[in-house]
Design a binder for this molecule. Structure first.
Ligand code: ADP
Ligand code: ADP
Ligand code: MG
Length: 461
């Protein structure tokens, strides 16, 4: 097994990895920026080292400093978490060149799947359906126009390097195409330093359904069922659940098989997620693969009983998966609400601040992944996710009721959060019936915010 792991991340995911390591008797080295001196991850690791100033580019993205820290402390592996360097193929290569194990797939695999245009082609070759659109990257606006006319509007222009819903524009007709192309490309260059674009037909009223994959270096690839992540704001996930109400057992098996085929075609090793959109008619299409552990991975852990991070550590150490496809059974229902330090009343702008008071929910079937503690100052430099509230119960309705009472127990004072909004969604008729698609939140937000105002439940300061 591994002896000492450096965690190249911060926040709740750094804690999550440290906890898995501790249970496996693996020592941990945390890195932190000067803004994170009092952050929890830096305090609970076996050792911690400062790797640079607050700006992520100078610390959590500073490859030289992170690699030196790992070597200086005698680590044998690096866990990248999510975000930051987790999908950077050059960093994965550099770890290996420095004699360290990278806890994730190889640089080559990340490269193949990291370009979303290339991943589309790879999925197609593996016989996995993709949304009608461009074969590989677009040459220019003219080609985009021709293709859009062929597949039919509305279309989505997407950046090959995109993520977090950025570098993406919906185009409803030919007149909007040129300006959307340039806007999306400029955003992609600014965010990802890469302006390569591709095009997909917009699937109307889809569900976002993703499959969790685990693969070992012996060639075993297993899927751990799906997560329905259709509750999104501006194409970013807010609430996730498993199993999905939209899948029949037959569709689940078909999509699971497609996800495994895509992972096999890439030569995948480690934890990964294959994302699909599912049309109301039951057609599913591959959209991308995330080559890392995801924010919403605990949803799958709750319904399968598998510890995905421990499994990542096993696989990185060269051990085989501790289960086969036949061992995976989904039991009960799990839901996750992402709690962000942001103000729903002001276009969800991030609102960092000092945690003046904190009370976390508990009791049967509740799991909270957070790096908060009373007095902790949420930093403006990083992501606004402050807690993930998860519940597990025998049925979906019981899970919803458990989530309602968990969000009622949750108290975070000092800055606004989206917790009251999540609570209202747990009471919404469409959500409770399970009849929702990715347009749910953008469509219902004005009504939900108005409701929140009248109920006076919004946590405005
Ligand atoms: P996706 O939405 O692409 O499937 P996930 O939902 O799993 O991906 O998470 C990626 C998101 O997590 C990114 O959009 C980013 O804003 C956020 N993120 C990245 N790094 C961190 C971090 N260290 N702490 C909290 N959030 C992060
Ligand atoms: P990101 O890398 O930002 O996560 P994705 O390609 O996964 O980008 O798309 C983000 C979200 O946009 C999806 O979860 C889905 O809701 C929506 N989406 C993506 N592609 C399509 C499509 N072809 N049709 C309809 N919705 C889509
Ligand atoms: Mg995605």
């Amino acid at each position: 097994m591994l002896k000492r792991v450096l965690i190249a991340n911060r926040g709740e995911i750094a804690l999550r990895v440290i906890r898995a390591c501790r249970e496996l008797d693996i020592e941990t080295v945390a890195i932190y920026s000067t803004a994170d001196e009092s952050a929890l991850h830096a305090q609970i690791a076996t050792r911690s080292l400062c790797v640079g100033p607050a700006r992520a580019a100078d610390s959590y993205l500073n490859q030289d400093a992170i690699l030196s820290a790992a070597l200086a402390t005698g680590c044998d592996a690096i866990h990248p978490g999510y975000g930051f360097l987790s999908e950077n193929p050059d960093f994965a290569d550099r770890c290996v060149e420095a004699g360290l194990k990278y806890i994730g797939p190889s640089g080559d695999v990340i490269r193949k799947m990291g370009s979303k245009a290339a991943a589309r082609t790879l999925a197609q070759q593996a016989g996995v359906p993709v949304v009608p659109g461009s074969d590989g990257p677009l040459r220019d606006v003219e080609q985009a126009k021709e293709l859009a006319a062929q597949v039919g509007y509305p279309v989505l222009l997407k950046a090959s390097a995109g993520g977090g819903g950025r570098g993406m524009r919906q185009v409803d007709g030919p007149e909007g195409l040129e300006s959307a192309f340039h806007a999306a490309q400029a955003e992609a260059i600014a965010c990802f330093g890469d302006g390569e674009m591709y095009l997909e037909k917009l699937v109307l009223s889809p569900r976002h359904i993703e499959f969790q994959i685990m693969a070992d270096s012996q060639g075993h690839v297993v899927h751990l069922g799906e997560r329905d992540c259709s509750i999104q704001r501006r194409r970013q996930k807010l609430i996730e659940e498993s199993p999905s109400r939209a899948l029949t057992p037959q569709l689940r098996e078909e999509m699971g098989r497609a996800a495994v085929a895509a992972a096999k075609a890439a030569g995948y090793v480690g934890a990964g997620t294959v994302e699909f959109v599912l049309s109301p008619q039951g057609q599913f299409y591959f959209i991308e693969m995330n080559t890392r552990i995801q924010v919403e991975h605990p949803v799958t852990e709750l319904v399968t009983g598998v510890d995905l991070v421990k499994e990542q550590l096993r696989v990185a150490a060269g051990l085989p998966l501790s289960f086969t496809q036949e061992d995976i059974h989904v039991s009960g229902h799990a839901i996750e609400c992402r709690i962000n330090a942001e103000d729903p009343e002001h276009d969800f702008r991030p609102c960092p601040g000092k945690t003046e008071f904190l009370h976390l929910p508990g009791g049967p079937g509740v799991r909270v992944d957070t790096a908060l503690y009373p007095g902790y100052e949420v930093s403006p430099f990083y992501d606004s996710l402050v807690a993930k509230v998860l519940v597990h119960a025998p049925t979906r309705l019981e899970a919803i009721r458990r989530m309602r009472r968990s969000l009622e127990e949750l108290v975070i004072e000092g800055y606004p959060t989206n917790s009251a909004l999540a609570h209202l969604i747990m009471h919404d008729g469409e959500f409770v019936r399970g009849q929702y698609d990715t347009s749910f939140l953008d469509k219902n937000l004005p009504r939900l915010l108005e409701l929140a105002r009248t109920c006076d439940t919004l946590t405005a300061e």
